[in-house]
Design a protein around this ligand. Sequence first.
Ligand code: NI
Length: 226
Amino acid sequence: MLITIPDVLSASEVAQARAALDAAEWVDGKVTAGYQAQSVKANLQLPEGHPVAVKLGEVVLGALAQSPLFMSAALPLRVFPPMFNRYAGGGHFGTHVDTAIRANATTGQRIRTDVSATLFLSAPEEYDGGELRVEDTYGVHSVKLPAGHMVLYPATSLHRVDPVTRGARVSSFFWVQSMVRSDADRTLLYDLDTAIQRLAVDVPGNAAGVKLTGVYHNLLRRWAEM
Ligand code: NI
């Protein structure tokens, strides 16, 4: 499931984040790439644990904690501290799959990357290229969102970022270990939750809604790992 979460950050939060990021010292993005990804990765990153990344990461996580859509779609157990990258001057990231297990540089805690997230911090008009392209069995999906919007996609997907040929593409990226490992199972739960919410609006007080809510929780009880 590939899903957009609009307005994770407000325009003023994006502007504040960009001011801090544009003044920060960036390093070569190859430092966190695995062996295969290193050969196809050409971008800049803030080092893990960089004070600007830590501070802005807390802003991002605080915003996500308020997002029912993020909670329903990702069913997060653990969220990796958000990282930040910058593509400019032809910078790109060729086709790869994200590393399955990552360790938090500060705490050492390992997470399994089930869901990948990209939060756009540049407006689409600021740069040419830079589309995130995610492959699944239905083809290749191109993603280029307004600043402050975020995309979630299965971390099991092959994906790439096209070369940025004008301007700069700044974003936050991170991973979620979900309580529900399987993308297919998460998608079922998300669809069921969405239908239940819709039913509650369209037919308030309907007894079937109570029963379906029970089904949702009993499936989650069956599939959740913690
Ligand atoms: Ni990736």
